[in-house]
Ligand binder design. Structure first.
Ligand code: SF4
Length: 154
């Protein structure tokens, strides 16, 4: 998997202070997408084992307490990202006590395949659905357009 941006301290993408990873790879091609540079799974930088260890350490760093991890993109549930994202969320749940996971995806909760479900089963909050420009509303919390739904799964 590749990623486009990583913020070890972020107060914008989800509630509280978080670590946020924007992965590469998205096939939804939403009109008006702000992250077109992330569409190719080959864009950005390799998400290495070292990088994964760093992210786990950042989440557990008590000097600036984090509420959890935000996963966005791109699409963390893009087929080419599933192995790496599943490995990452499994580690967060096993090694980062009490941290929540928020995940943004263009896929609908109702249409996930088994592997995508495996990931989402470990996620606390899923914001699903493509960005629909004609339903865009900057006043919405945690989502860009009104068709998207914030699913509190835990
Ligand atoms: S799902 Fe997100 S990253 Fe993918 S095309 Fe739509 S707005 Fe862009």
């Amino acid at each position: 998997m590749n990623y486009s941006q990583y913020y070890p301290i972020d107060v914008v993408n989800g509630p509280g202070t978080r670590a946020t990873l924007f992965v590469s790879g998205c096939s939804h091609q939403c009109k008006g997408c702000y992250n077109q540079a992330t569409w190719s799974p080959n864009s950005g930088h390799p998400f290495t084992d070292l990088m994964e260890d760093q992210l786990i350490n950042d989440l557990n760093d008590t000097r600036i307490k984090k509420r959890g991890l935000s996963l966005s993109g791109g699409d963390p549930l893009h087929p080419e990202n599933l192995d790496a994202v599943l490995h990452l969320v499994e580690r967060v749940k096993a090694e980062c006590d009490g941290k929540d996971i928020w995940l943004w995806s263009g896929y609908l909760l109702s249409e996930l395949n088994d592997k995508q479900r495996q990931v989402v089963d470990l996620v606390d909050v899923l914001i699903d659905g493509k960005y629909e420009q004609d339903q865009a509303d900057p006043s919405l919390e945690w989502r860009g357009s009104a068709n998207q739904i914030v699913h509190y799964l835990k």
